[in-house]
Structures are given as structure tokens and as C-alpha cells.
Write a protein that binds this ligand. Structure first.
Ligand code: RFL
Ligand code: PHB
Length: 390
């Protein structure tokens, strides 16, 4: 088989890149290790920046998002027993975020890809990438026990943090930067109405908590937990009790509890690999960088990466210019590092760290108090949360 761009990974980065390239008339094949159902079963992001929504619109996959997504104008910060609203729409001159699950985005992109008639190989095993330091890269994989070769012009490594593309780059050609946080997030999904119309980010002496949602009848809640915790130690009752401890009285009075339909623990990490290109291999999304989820930036960064990459590939095919490809890593990383900074900062002001003492707890409170009291600080938080321009 031959294609112009071989895309490894059918997460949001790979599928959106495939759709953008299709839109520009560039042939592409997506290879995914798991089944389509497995990919759709992963409960992950929920907050889409305006730029992400715009890009989905550009490729014609935003109809259901506009029908079912919830537009949020702000968030609430809870600390010291009270809640404070951050009016992001006013602070940013009209920008908002949309609550629409990553699962739904993936679903819509899968449907669009089938409709476009582009090839996706699910359950592609043993994917390996070759000769990407030449003009004739090649991908090998096995499907149903049969080995296949895919020749291509470029390889897009959209295969997430644990994928095969980044580790295939010679170690001395990559520089990596990492912070591993000493806690995780325990998350549950439940068929209950959200406790409040907007997301609540809570700083509490027992640890961080987040009240999010997927719709008006489906809630997503998180509590900071220990890295040693196992979900078996967290029956639903214990989860709801812990969440109530970390919320203000009014939220507790409104909280509707119910059985969890999904429960998982995610570790928190910051990670960046530089550069995001080696020869004709380009990394995008979690394959190149990870942010802790506190800033709701992971999926949105995957989106901005593939926006830059699709533009560069379009320029290459339409104008025979490599300028965009040569500038891809620099351009993407400039935005990545700003989101890394924001996500690290949100994590640091909202969580309880093992060395959080009276001094650092008061510094956190002072920072949160300043955030809700100063227009300048509110604007800074808001413009990062709704998403910096592409
Ligand atoms: P993905 O989604 O991991 O997709 C990579 C795909 O590659 C496949 N793959 C391979 N395929 C073939 N061969 C191989 N050798 C392969 N190895 C891997 C995988 O099976 C997979 O299908 O990466 P992508 O596309 O870069 O997308 C990134 C996002 O998924 C991620 O950044 C976000 O989910 C992060 N995130 C959030 N981001 C936001 O923007 N807003 C949020 O509100 C938000 N909340 C979250 C989050 C992530 C979370 N977890 C679980 C880490 C909340 C949580 C709890
Ligand atoms: C989510 O709804 O899963 C979610 C929302 C906001 C975040 C992280 C996760 O910051």
C-alpha cells in the first residue's frame, strides 16, 4: 500500500489530522493499535477551546457538537469554604469554552472519516516505522496475522505518550523535559445532573477536587488521590464522601450522587520532547507532550499541533515549499510551552503537595484570592483557559 501521509494513532490528534488532510485533498492512512470500540471507551477530556471548536467546524464535524455541547462562559474556584466565579467571557472580550466529551469528538471524527472513504486500519499490531530520515519512509504492521508495508512521503506520530514513534527517534536527537507530580486524579462518571452549571475547581486541605460534566444529566467528578491508591479502595460511597468533604456547604446540599459508570485513576505528569520532528517523522499531541489535566489543555494542544502540521503539509503539496514543515516544531512548541506553564501553574495552586505546610497553603490562598480579586489576574487566567490564539 502507498499513501502520502501515514498517520500512526486514531486518537483525536490522528483522526483530526486525517480529516484536515482529506479536506486539503492529501491522501492519508491511519493505523491504530486498538479497536474502534476500545478507543471510544476511554473517558478523557471534556473541555474544548474555541480554536478546537473552530477547527472541527472547518472540517465539517461540528454539527452534533453545536447541538449537544454546552457553552460555558466561566468557571468557579472554591477555596476557604466559599466559591468565586471567574467570568471568562467578559475577561476575554467574548471567548468561551465548550463542554463536549473527547469520546464524542472521536466518534464524530470516526463517522466523518468513514463518510470520506479514507482508510483506517484498527487493531494494527506491531507497528514499526522505517527510513524516516530519507525521502521514502515506510511503516510496517501486522493485521490479522498478515504483515503489511505502507510506503509514504511523511509519517505523523499521533500515537500518544506510550506510542512507538517517539521512541523510534535516536535518543541523542531528542531532548526531553519532565515533571512527575506526587499524586493522581481519581475520576468517576455518573448519570446524575451536574452539581452546578459551571465547572468547580476546589483547593481544599484534604486535596484538590473538580466538578465537571458531560451533559445536563451526566457528571464527571475528580478528587486528588495518592499514587499508591487503587480503584478497589474507592467504592462509590467513599468517593462521594471524600468529594463532599472538599466542597462548600451549598455545593454539598445540591450534589446528586449515584452509581459510577466509570472510575479510573490517572497519574499527573508534565512532559515535552524537543524537537517535534525528525526527518520525515512529525510528532503531534500526547506523543510529543503531556500536561497535567488541571488546565484542560491536552486535547486542545493535540488540536493546535495538527492544525500547524496540516497547514505545513498543505504548503508542501500545493506550493512545493518545505518552509512550513521546517518551522513546524518551533511553531508548535511555542504554544505547547505556554500550555505547559499554565497547566503546571494551575496544578501548583490547586493541589496539596506532600510538603504543603502552613506557609505554602497560605501562599496558595493568597494567590487564589488575588486571582478572583484582580481584573489583571482574572484576565490572565481566562485567556489561558479559553485558549491562546493558534
Ligand atoms: P491519544 O488520545 O492517546 O491517542 C493516541 C492513539 O494512538 C494509539 N497508539 C498506537 N497505534 C498504533 N500503533 C502503536 N504502537 C500505538 N501506540 C498507541 C492509541 O491506542 C491511541 O488511540 O493521543 P492524542 O490523539 O494525542 O490525544 C491527546 C488527548 O487524548 C489527551 O491529551 C487528553 O485526553 C488529555 N486530557 C484533557 N485534555 C483537554 O484538552 N481537556 C480536558 O478536559 C482533559 N481532561 C485529559 C483529561 C486526560 C485525562 N487522562 C486520563 C490522561 C482528563 C483525564 C483524566
Ligand atoms: C473533564 O471534564 O474530564 C475535565 C474538565 C476539566 C479539566 C480536566 C478534566 O481541567
Amino acid at each position: 500500500m502507498r499513501t502520502q501521509v501515514a498517520i500512526i494513532g486514531a486518537g483525536p490528534a490522528g483522526l483530526l489530522l486525517g480529516q484536515l488532510l482529506h479536506h486539503y485533498g492529501i491522501d492519508n492512512v491511519v493505523l491504530e493499535r486498538k479497536s474502534g470500540e476500545y478507543v471510544l471507551g476511554r473517558i478523557r477530556a471534556g473541555v474544548l477551546e474555541q480554536g478546537t471548536v473552530d477547527l472541527l467546524e472547518e472540517v465539517g464535524v461540528a454539527a452534533r457538537l453545536h447541538r449537544e455541547g454546552l457553552v460555558h462562559d466561566g468557571i468557579e474556584l472554591a477555596f476557604g469554604g466559599a466559591r468565586h466565579r471567574i467570568d471568562m467571557k467578559t475577561a476575554t472580550g467574548g471567548k468561551t469554552v465548550t463542554i463536549y466529551g473527547q469520546t464524542e469528538v472521536t466518534h464524530d471524527l470516526m463517522d466523518a472519516r468513514s463518510a470520506a472513504g479514507r482508510t483506517t486500519v484498527y487493531e494494527a499490531a506491531d507497528v514499526t516505522i522505517h527510513d524516516f530520515d530519507t525521502d521514502r519512509p515506510r511503516v510496517r504492521y501486522t493485521k490479522d496475522g498478515v504483515a503489511h508495508d505502507l510506503d509514504c512521503d511523511f509519517i505523523a506520530g499521533c500515537d500518544g505518550f506510550h506510542g512507538v514513534c517517539r521512541p523510534s527517534i535516536p535518543a541523542d536527537a531528542l531532548k526531553t523535559f519532565e515533571r512527575v507530580y506526587p499524586f493522581g486524579w481519581l475520576g468517576i462518571l455518573s448519570e446524575t445532573p451536574p452539581v452546578s452549571p459551571e465547572l468547580i475547581y476546589a483547593n481544599h486541605e484534604r486535596g484538590f477536587a473538580l466538578c465537571s460534566m458531560r451533559s445536563l444529566h451526566r457528571s464527571r467528578y475528580y478528587v486528588q488521590c495518592s499514587l499508591d491508591d487503587h480503584i478497589d479502595q474507592w467504592p462509590d460511597d467513599r468517593f462521594w464522601d471524600e468529594l463532599k468533604h472538599r466542597l462548600d456547604d451549598e455545593a454539598v446540599a445540591h450534589l446528586v450522587t449515584g452509581p459510577s459508570i466509570e472510575k479510573s485513576i490517572a497519574p499527573l505528569r508534565s512532559f515535552v520532547a524537543e524537537p517535534m520532528r525528525f526527518g520525515r517523522l512529525f510528532l503531534a499531541g500526547d506523543a510529543a507532550h503531556i500536561v497535567p489535566p488541571t488546565g484542560a489543555k491536552g486535547l486542545n494542544l493535540a488540536t493546535s499541533d495538527v492544525h500547524y502540521l496540516s497547514q505545513a503539509l498543505r504548503e508542501f503539496y500545493a506550493e512545493k515549499s518545505s518552509a512550513g514543515l521546517d518551522d513546524y516544531s518551533r511553531r508548535a512548541l511555542a504554544r505547547v510551552w505556554k500550555a505547559e506553564r499554565f497547566s503546571w501553574w494551575m496544578t501548583s495552586i490547586l493541589h496539596r503537595f506532600p510538603d504543603t505546610d502552613g506557609f505554602s497553603a497560605r501562599i496558595q490562598h493568597a494567590e487564589l484570592d488575588y486571582l478572583v480579586g484582580s481584573q489583571a489576574a482574572t484576565t490572565s487566567l481566562s485567556e489561558n483557559y479559553v485558549g491562546l490564539p493558534f
